[in-house]
Each structure stands twice: as structure tokens, then as C-alpha cells.
Design a protein around this ligand. Structure first.
Ligand code: PEP
Ligand code: MG
Length: 889
């Protein structure tokens, strides 16, 4: 029989840290900590295999599981010397989820399990504290009823509120043992009324109810959304951890806390964390009480009067520091830790590699490398390429005027301005309509993640640096200010006040997530400095990578940005994008609408000098780096005049009767412009267009080469080729024009002619095409559209629902579909290289900036990737990581 259960605690463990696929991150790390001899409450992990089987078999557990759970529980009983369900000496357990990848707050947890009317008396006796025992019991009923039995948690909150109001109590600390006893009875009545049956008193029934609920929560809506946003496959499943309870709420020598071994926001090498005396773990993250700082230094920096852990429990703080050091040394990474102190005794409840901002990730990787704990290659692997996006975003312009409303906690760095919305649904709706929105909430919960994702930034009134809003915003790279205590939001979401000033939905708000400041209105921002740790990691990444990184750019400004970010050439200059400007579009329309070659040539004559100067500037900026210029590929509908006024404008400019152009525009209208008269089809039917472009490219190249004395290497690229004959004809024409220019200029230079592979037929006949091409660039935008038979322009209306429903793991326009589109790329690579072993291969579709697709490009052996300028650093890092992983196999 497969091993479904792995024990840990009592000085040993069945599992190890590298078993996270089977035990989940939490289970694997609990096992590892137990093996390291750290104080871990004993327990056991039910594997992810059980979860997978459970769903495969219509929510049935494999045979033998219940006996195995009973055995494991008996082992825990032996270690702690207590018995599950025993009236005098009861063992209580926690039941928690734990997937391979961390999914904070998405799945269910039940604490204090094993309490009933009898065991609660035993607990009171053992702890010598009735109040604690009945507080624990009511917490258990509340949590279990919410998570397992589906009773709305408001039911319980209302009961407590009413109870307190009736007695003029204000805080939970006003409640005594008898009060909690009374609340327990009220809770049980409420559950019985809601469910028509009493709250379960059988502890085994409680246990299996909780196990079912945790496995069940793998498929709840918020877990599904989280997985979709974080690319976590559904097939992984979650593990369940059952563990002896330890209590941070057994009086003033007890506490609970969370800590990072380094600052997760800045990466500083100093402990960073929060704790609460006499509290359970959930109280810290829930943001209801404001937690205290771990270290005295942090307390001073926060300007807080509440003592630090270092001050209130110096011995335990010392012990905790030793554990931090041991864990960091063991994992060679910054750890995120949960601990509980039960009547002076320290217990470790969790450790994992801590989530961090991009800035912190870079600093920690560089520091650990310089401390000799990891290699440069390991440092490169420690930074998530997509997270670099956070650094490439703006911060507040220090000179811009601003109107400060309040200051909260700097929960996630970066600056953003957006229109205020008070709900996640509203955030999603307004963002879909193209608005930048700022989500303003009292606090956030996992139900809000879709709105947090849609927002440019998040502000909350409550909660600390490890509250839900802070953790999730950092993970998503959204600027966030938490615990802005002066913020009061109307219950009905109609408006809010900050420090007495009214704000309403739709007002602009600006936040600086690095300082915690919140401003009224929009504040100007500036671009970030990309030096220091960023530059270091990039330098190491460049040493690791094999593929070159180029940019898709048309304008000198974009080309310069791309170079500043480290691009090694231009992989795609979309020449039609050079024509969007108002001053040029007229000539383009004139060319498109012309009925005769003469008409077209006259428009092209106007465009030639414009194109030549564009290319000149581009070659100058790229200073000898390769520049791939794609000949015109305009989906016609993007350039045809849209209004009658525009038609009249073209008619006036050319002296032609507007009716002629009206008719012509109607003739040119296409049912499927994405699959219409575009790309090389246009070049084949109207040779003079490409002739003009090649002339402009060659003249510019000759001029720049002459003026600079440097080599200029134009790569002329033919788009949307389906057959080799298209390329053969166009290549001959390109060569003829080049020759003419060289004769005119009395100068020659090297240039190459290649093609895009963006149609399935081109991929499948790549051997024929390679005979005529010196390079291929995979246009995976069109290749995805044509492989799926999905229009790029229309897919947005239904593709997201496919992804949500799990029909597609990801949007194939974002991350390459390896099985289909990827297979075509592989065929083309293999066939192309068979005919021409030194054929240069690249990619220039949007996938060129997507880390997962970049990994694919590495594996199929492309020479370069090309992406938008702002993604160049991401691509450099992703290419390095792909090379390192490919080397490891
Ligand atoms: C492509 O199709 O992938 C491509 C880069 O070309 P465009 O997006 O301009 O069609
Ligand atoms: Mg294309």
C-alpha cells in the first residue's frame, strides 16, 4: 500500500524538505524542522496523493486511510502524553492545508479541534484557566462551523457584539470565563438552529469533518482564482497537516507571532516580524489587534510604545534568534516563520522561503552570494523574472506637488494613482472599462483578490505588514498601504473620510507603497534607477544565459529604452507602426486607397524620406547592433479611414473625388482582416510598397555606415509567408533594389533577408523556406491565432472563460501553447536547421517576454528572443534561468 501518512515531531520525521510535491510546502518544512531538532509540535501529513485520489474517485478516500490516521494520531498522543477526546487530559489538534506552492489564506484551517462539553473542562483543569478554555472552545465552534459546517461567520460575530453591547463591554478582554461559557451556549444554539442538528461532539467526527473541508477547499472559488493568477496546476492537490495544538493564548507568558529572517520589503539583513501576547496565530494576520514589533530597533523605527518581544521575553527572543540563524543557514534563504510561545516555551509552527518584493529579492540574493552562502548562479535563480516588473515601475516625483491625507504602513512598494473604488467587484468592473482604480478597503480578505488584481494599488484601514492585503499585494507586485488608521469607510460603501476629510468613489488617490503615504489627487511619478543590486543580478544573469535578448521597437525613444535595459539589438521593427502618427497616416491612406500604381507611387514618394529618416535614427541609436526591419504588415482595417471626414481629408489631399475613395474603401473592407490582404500578400500584389521600404532601409544604412564608420547590419524580414515562392519572389526584388542603392551610393554593406514563421504552413514547410531565408523569426502571435483558429482581435471575449473553466491552463496569447504552437515551432526549427545548420532563429511574438515561453525557446534552441523594451530585463533573467535549468536537465 502507498504511504499516505508521514509523521513528524518528537525529534524525528518521516519526510524531508525535498518532498514538497508529496507533503506540500508546509508538511515538508515541518518534517525538516523536526529532523533538525527544532521544537515542532508533533503531528502528521496526509499526502497530496490522497487529495488526487480523493478527487479522482468522486470524493472517496483510498482504503486504509482511516486506520493510518488513527495510528498516526496514537503516535502523537504518545509523544505529548495526552489523549484525543479524553475528558481529563485532552489532546487538541489543528488541521491545516498545505499545497506544493504557498496559497496564503486561500484554503481552510481549523484550530482547537477535539473540544466538546467534556474535554473543555479537562482543558480548563490542565491549563488552570477556565477563561482560556472556554475562549478556545468558542473559537473552535466559530471556526469549525464556518469552515466545515458552512454557517455564516457573521452569525457568531453578531452574537458576541450583542452580548458585549448588552453588558457595556468594549474589548474581548472584558469577557470573563462565565461570559465565554455563555457565548459557547449561544453559539451551539445558533448552529443547531442553522443546521437543524447539534454541533458535533464526537471528536473523530470533528476530525474527519475538518479533513474533508481542507481537501474540499482545494476546489473552492478563491483557490481556483489564486491558482489561475499564479499558474498553479489543479492537478497538484493539497496535503493536510494534523498537528498537536500549542497555545499562544495561555496568559501573559504566552504569545504568537510571525517573522521574516530578513526584511521582506527592503531585503535588509535584520529580523522583521510581529507578535501578540496572549493570542492565537489567526489574531496576528487578521489585523484586528495591532501587533507589536519583534525587535527593539524595529519598535523604535515605528515610533511605537508597545514593548518588543526582545524586551518582554528576552530569553525566548534569544532562543528564537538562534532558530532563525539555524534555519537560514540550513535553507540558505530568507525564511518566513510562524511561532508560538506557550507559557514560556517556544514552538515552531512553520517555516518557508519568504515571499518578498523584487527589491528585497535582489538584495537578499546579492547579500547571500556575497556572504558566501550561495553561488552567483543560485542567486540568479532566486529572483522571479516577472517580479522585476515592480522595479521597472515609477515612483513619486520628489518635486511634484502633493496633498498628503494620511500615512499608513509601507506594505508593498511602488507608487500608483487611481480612481477610488470601495469594493473588489467595482474594481474589476471599472478596470475592465479601462479605468485605473485604487481599491480602498477597511481590510481585505481572500474574497477580494480579483479586485486587488484589477487595481493599480490598494489601501486598507486595518492590518499590519503581514495582513492579507500586505502579503497578497506584495505577491502581486501592487503598491499597497495598510493600516491607514485614519481611514473610515461607510458601511454601505458610499464614501469615506481620511482624518476627517471626505473622499468619494471616483476621486483620484495616489499612494506610495514604499513610505505608506496616501495623497489626494494624482501625483507625478518618475522612472526608477536601475543600478546596485539590480545591475549585479543582471550581470550574473548575462553570464549564465545562452540566448541573446533583443527588443521589439520602432521609435528611437523605444530603441533607446531597450538599449538602456540591455537589449542586444532590435528583433522586430514593425514598420506599419511608424505610420500611425497623424502627420503620416494621411499618406498611408492615400497609398492604400490609390487605384493605380501611379497613385500609389506618388503617396510612396512622400513616405520614402520619412521612412529613411526613421531608419537612420534607429540605426544610429542601435550603433552597430543588429536591427531586424519587417516590411509592411498592416491589417488593412487598422489603416483604412474610419469616418467620412477622414475620407474627405484624403480626397482633398490628393485632389480625387471623395466618392471614388468611398467606393474604394468599401472594396477594401474585409470580413476577416486578421487573415486578409496583409503581410507579404500586400508586398506581392503591390511591389512598389516594399521597394520603397527597402530603398529607405538601404539608403539609411549606407548613410549611417558612412557617417559613423561603424558597420550597420540591416536584417530585412518578410512577414506572413505561407509558401516558399512568396519569399523567393520578394527576395529577388529586395536584392534588386539593394543593388540599385549600392550603385547609386557607390557603397555596399552586408545585409540579410529572412522571414517570419507565423503560419502553420510556413512551419510545416520550413525546410523549403529555409532554402531562401537567412533567418527565421517566430511570430507566435499570428502562429497562435492561426493554429487555434482564434482571431487575435476577438478572442478576448471568450478566451478568459476558457481559462477560468480550466479548458486551457493559460491564455495561449500570453504563454506559448507548447503542445500545439510549440510543436509547430519545433518542427520548423528541426526542418530549417536540417537544410541550413547555421540558420539564425528567434522569436518576436508577445511570448518573447514571457518567462515560461522563454524557457521553451531555450529548450528548442532558439538563438534569441525579442520582446517589448520594458520586458527586456525580465527576458534577460528568464533566459538565464532557462539556460541554468536546461543545463540541469
Ligand atoms: C506575430 O505575429 O507574432 C508578430 C510578432 O507580428 P504581429 O504581432 O505584428 O502580427
Ligand atoms: Mg504577425
Amino acid at each position: 500500500m502507498a504511504q499516505y501518512i508521514y509523521n513528524f515531531g518528537g525529534g524525528s520525521a518521516d519526510g524531508t524538505t525535498d518532498m514538497r510535491n508529496l507533503l506540500g510546502g508546509k508538511g515538508a518544512n515541518l518534517a525538516e524542522m523536526a529532523s533538525l531538532g527544532l521544537p515542532v509540535p508533533p503531528g502528521f501529513t496526509i499526502t497530496t496523493d490522497v487529495c488526487i485520489e480523493y478527487y479522482k474517485n468522486g470524493r472517496q478516500y483510498p482504503d486504509g486511510l482511516s486506520a493510518a490516521v488513527a495510528d498516526a494520531l496514537a503516535r502523537v498522543e504518545d509523544i505529548v502524553g495526552k489523549k484525543f477526546g479524553d475528558a481529563k487530559n485532552p489532546l487538541l489538534v489543528s488541521v491545516r492545508s498545505g499545497a506544493r506552492a504557498s496559497m496564503p489564506g486561500m484554503m481552510d484551517t481549523v484550530l482547537n479541534l477535539g473540544l466538546n462539553d467534556e474535554t473543555v473542562e479537562g482543558l480548563a483543569e490542565l491549563a488552570g484557566d477556565d477563561r482560556f478554555a472556554f475562549d478556545s472552545y468558542r473559537r473552535f465552534i466559530q471556526m469549525y462551523s464556518d469552515v466545515v459546517l458552512g454557517v455564516d461567520h457573521h452569525t457568531f460575530e453578531d452574537i458576541i457584539d450583542t452580548y458585549k453591547d448588552e453588558r457595556d463591554y468594549f474589548l474581548d478582554t472584558d469577557m470573563g470565563a462565565d461570559d465565554w461559557r455563555a457565548v459557547v451556549d449561544l453559539y451551539k444554539d445558533a448552529v443547531a438552529e442553522a443546521l437543524g442538528r447539534p454541533f458535533p461532539t464526537d471528536v473523530n467526527e470533528q476530525l474527519w469533518g475538518a479533513i474533508d473541508a481542507v481537501f474540499g477547499s482545494w476546489m473552492n472559488d478563491r483557490s481556483k482564482t489564486y491558482r489561475r493568477l499564479n499558474n498553479i496546476p489543479e492537478s497538484w492537490g493539497t496535503a493536510v497537516n494534523v498537528q498537536a495544538m500549542v497555545f499562544g493564548n495561555m496568559g501573559d507568558t504566552s504569545a504568537t507571532g510571525v517573522a521574516f529572517t530578513r526584511d521582506p520589503s527592503t531585503g535588509e539583513n535584520s529580523y522583521y516580524g510581529e507578535f501578540l501576547v496572549n493570542a492565537q496565530g489567526e489574531d496576528v494576520v487578521a489585523g484586528i489587534r495591532t501587533p507589536q514589533a519583534l525587535t527593539t530597533k524595529a519598535r523604535a523605527e515605528m515610533g511605537s510604545n508597545d514593548p518588543s518581544l526582545e524586551e518582554v521575553m528576552p530569553e525566548t527572543f534569544k532562543e528564537l534568534s538562534d532558530v532563525f540563524a539555524k534555519l537560514e543557514a540550513h535553507y540558505a534563504d530568507m525564511q518566513d516563520i510562524e511561532f508560538t510561545i506557550e507559557q514560556g516555551k517556544l514552538w515552531m509552527l512553520q517555516t518557508r522561503s519568504g515571499k518578498r518584493t523584487a527589491k528585497a529579492a535582489l538584495k537578499i540574493a546579492v547579500d547571500l552570494c556575497q556572504e558566501g552562502k550561495i553561488t552567483e548562479e543560485q542567486a540568479v535563480m532566486r529572483v522571479g523574472p516577472a517580479s522585476l516588473d515592480q522595479l521597472l515601475h515609477p515612483s513619486l516625483d520628489p518635486h511634484a506637488p502633493r496633498d498628503l491625507l494620511t500615512k499608513g504602513l509601507p506594505a508593498s512598494p511602488g507608487a500608483a494613482s487611481g480612481e477610488i473604488v470601495f469594493s473588489a467587484d467595482e474594481a474589476e468592473k471599472r478596470a475592465a472599462d479601462g479605468h485605473k482604480v485604487m481599491l480602498v478597503r477597511t481590510e481585505t480578505s481572500p474574497e477580494d483578490i480579483h479586485g486587488m488584481h484589477a487595481a493599480v494599488g490598494i489601501v486598507t484601514a486595518r492590518g499590519g505588514m503581514t495582513s492579507h492585503a500586505a502579503v497578497v499585494a506584495r505577491g502581486m507586485g501592487r503598491p499597497c498601504v495598510c493600516g491607514a488608521g485614519e481611514l473610515r469607510i461607510e458601511r454601505d460603501g458610499s464614501g469615506a473620510t481620511i482624518g476627517g476629510r471626505a473622499i468619494k468613489a471616483g476621486d483620484m488617490l495616489t499612494i506610495d507603497g514604499s513610505t505608506g503615504e496616501v495623497f489626494f489627487g494624482e501625483v507625478l511619478t518618475v522612472q526608477p534607477e536601475l543600478s546596485g543590486d539590480f545591475a549585479k543580478v543582471m550581470e550574473w544573469a548575462d553570464k549564465c544565459r545562452r540566448m541573446k535578448v533583443r527588443a521589439n521597437a520602432e521609435t528611437p525613444l523605444d530603441a533607446q529604452t531597450a538599449r538602456d535595459f540591455g537589449a542586444e539589438g532590435i528583433g522586430l521593427c514593425r514598420t506599419e507602426h511608424m505610420f500611425f502618427e497623424a502627420s503620416r497616416i494621411l499618406a498611408v491612406r492615400q497609398m492604400i486607397l490609390a487605384e493605380t500604381e501611379r497613385g500609389r507611387r506618388s503617396a510612396l514618394e512622400k513616405l520614402l524620406p520619412v521612412q529613411r529618416s526613421d531608419f537612420t535614427e534607429l540605426f544610429e541609436v542601435m550603433a552597430g547592433l543588429p536591427v531586424t526591419i519587417r516590411l509592411l504588415d498592416p491589417p488593412l482595417h487598422e489603416f483604412l479611414p474610419h469616418t467620412d471626414a477622414e475620407i474627405v481629408e484624403v480626397a482633398e489631399a490628393t485632389g480625387v473625388d471623395p466618392d471614388v475613395f468611398r467606393r474604394r474603401a468599401r472594396e477594401l473592407e474585409e470580413a476577416n482582416p486578421m487573415l486578409g490582404h496583409r503581410g507579404c500578400r500586400l508586398g506581392i500584389t503591390y511591389p512598389e510598397i516594399y521597394e520603397m521600404q527597402v530603398r529607405a532601409i538601404m539608403q539609411a544604412a549606407c548613410d549611417v555606415a558612412k557617417a559613423s564608420g561603424e558597420s550597420v547590419v540591416p536584417e530585412i524580414m518578410v512577414p506572413l509567408v505561407a509558401t516558399v515562392s512568396e519569399l523567393r519572389i520578394l527576395k529577388a526584388r529586395i536584392e534588386a533594389v539593394a543593388k540599385e542603392v549600392f550603385t547609386e551610393k557607390g557603397q555596399t554593406l552586408e545585409y540579410t533577408i529572412g522571414t517570419m514563421i507565423e503560419l502553420p504552413r510556413a512551419a510545416l514547410t520550413a525546410d523549403q523556406i529555409a532554402g531562401e531565408a537567412e533567418f527565421f523569426s517566430f511570430g507566435t502571435n499570428d502562429l497562435t491565432q492561426t493554429t487555434f483558429g482564434l482571431s487575435r482581435d476577438d478572442a478576448g471575449s471568450f478566451l478568459p472563460s476558457y481559462v477560468r473553466a480550466g479548458l486551457l491552463e493559460q491564455d495561449p496569447f500570453v504563454s506559448i501553447d507548447r503542445d500545439g504552437v510549440g510543436a509547430l515551432v519545433e518542427i520548423a526549427v528541426e526542418k530549417g536547421r536540417r537544410v541550413k545548420p547555421d540558420l539564425k532563429l528567434g522569436i518576436c511574438g508577445e511570448h518573447g517576454g514571457d518567462p515560461l515561453s522563454i524557457d521553451f525557446c531555450e529548450r528548442v534552441g532558439l538563438d534569441y528572443i525579442s520582446c517589448s523594451p520594458y520586458r527586456v530585463p525580465i527576458a534577460r533573467l528568464a533566459a538565464a534561468q532557462a539556460a541554468v535549468s536546461a543545463k540541469k536537465g
